[in-house]
Design a protein around this ligand. Structure first.
Ligand SMILES: [Zn+2]
Length: 126
């Protein structure tokens, strides 16, 4: 995939559990420490941020056709950007479970369970 991602656990991110910031050729992910205490929460938040990065770097930020499908998870996820990342996390966990090792591999573009960014689709759960 050729996307370099760095993950940092930080003490606090105000109202956020995770944030992804895209640079010219890398992605910096910050995860609030409170989101790392429970594995299901950590995998959900980290995979969400990873799919933000993949959306940006492998899909030219086209959000793979998402419109407002993310609304089913709450208002925060109504935008195409957030809907795509939320579905990315949900689909990742559906396909790969809570395998943290695979998630680390995903981050590094290595072997392991992986759902291609183009396979994150609005109708996945239908
Ligand atoms: Zn997000």
């Amino acid at each position: 995939m050729g996307v370099s991602m760095d993950v940092y656990i930080v003490p606090d991110l105000a109202e956020y559990r995770g944030l992804a910031r895209m640079n010219s050729n890398s992605c910096t992910i910050r995860i609030a420490s409170k989101a790392t205490n429970l594995i299901p929460v950590y995998v959900s938040v980290l995979s969400h941020e990873i799919y933000h990065c993949l959306d940006y770097f492998t899909l030219d930020y086209d959000h793979n056709g998402f419109k407002d499908e993310g609304c089913q998870y709450g208002n925060h996820y109504c935008s195409p950007t957030e809907g795509y990342a939320k579905f990315g996390a949900e689909i990742y966990m559906n396909e790969c479970g809570l395998d943290y090792d695979s998630l680390s591999n995903l981050k590094n573009g290595m072997d392991g369970c992986f759902v291609s960014p183009r396979d994150i689709l609005p109708n996945y759960f239908h």
